[in-house]
Design a protein around this ligand. Structure first.
Ligand code: COA
Length: 167
C-alpha cells in the first residue's frame, strides 16, 4: 500500500490545505493528515479541535485519515509505513524553508521522500494566519476555508477577543 503523510499545523485547515489533500488522495492509496503538536506556535485551536475540523472537511474522501504527532515527522512516517511526506508549495518564500526541511528529513531518513505539490494559483496567498487575521478584523473567511470551519473560527476569535478585553 502506498501511504503518504501530509503534515502541518492546520490552525485551522484552509481550502489551500484541502486542495493538497484532495490531489494527494488521488495519487496515494492512503493519505494521513498529521496535525503537529507544537506548543511554541501558540495555536488558536486545540489539537482535538483541529483534528475534528480536518475530519469534517475531508469526510467525503474515503482514503484520508487524520492523526497527530509531536516528535520528528520522519519517525511518524516510519511508524505509519509511509514512504512519502507531502508538502504544499505556495511561493518562493516557502521554497527555501521547505528545501531545508526536506534535506534535513532526508538526512534523518533515507527511505522517506518529500514530495511537493504546487498550490493552485487561487490559493497561493492563503495561510492559516491571514485567515485568522481576516476574522479578527471582521472580514469573512468564506471561500478561503472549508464551510465547516467558518463558525468555529468566528467563535474562537470571539472568545479570544473577550479574553483579551477582560484583561
Ligand atoms: N495552502 C494554504 N496554506 C498553506 C499551505 C497551502 N497549501 N501550505 C502551507 N500553508 C500555510 C499554513 O497554514 C501555515 O500558515 P501559518 O504559518 O499562518 O500557520 C504556513 O503555511 C506554514 O505551513 P507548513 O509549512 O505546513 O508549516 P507548519 O508550521 O504548519 O508545519 C511541520 C510544519 C509540522 C510540517 C514541520 O514543522 C515538522 O515537520 N515538524 C516536526 C519536527 C520535524 O520533523 N522537523 C524536521 C527536522 S528538524
Amino acid at each position: 500500500m502506498n501511504i503518504a503523510v501530509y503534515p502541518g499545523s492546520f490552525d485551522p485547515i484552509t481550502n489551500g490545505h484541502l486542495d493538497i489533500i484532495e490531489r494527494a488522495s488521488k495519487i496515494f492509496d492512503k493519505v494521513i493528515v498529521a496535525c503537529a503538536i507544537n506548543p511554541s506556535k501558540k495555536p488558536l485551536f486545540t489539537i482535538e479541535e483541529k483534528m475534528d475540523l480536518i475530519k469534517e472537511a475531508t469526510k467525503n474522501i474515503p482514503n484520508v485519515e487524520v492523526s497527530s504527532f509531536s516528535g520528528l515527522l520522519v519517525d511518524f512516517c516510519k511508524e505509519h509505513e509511509a514512504k512519502v511526506a507531502i508538502k504544499g508549495l505556495r511561493a518562493l518564500t516557502d521554497f527555501e524553508y521547505e528545501f531545508q526541511m526536506a534535506l534535513m528529513n532526508k538526512r534523518l531518513a533515507e527511505d522517506v521522500e518529500t514530495m511537493f505539490l504546487m498550490t493552485r494559483a487561487e490559493h497561493s496567498f492563503i495561510s492559516s494566519s491571514t485567515v485568522k487575521d481576516l476574522v479578527l478584523f471582521n472580514a469573512s473567511p468564506e471561500g478561503l476555508v472549508p464551510p465547516c470551519v467558518i463558525e468555529p473560527l468566528k467563535n474562537k476569535i470571539a472568545e479570544k477577543r473577550k479574553a483579551s478585553n477582560g484583561q
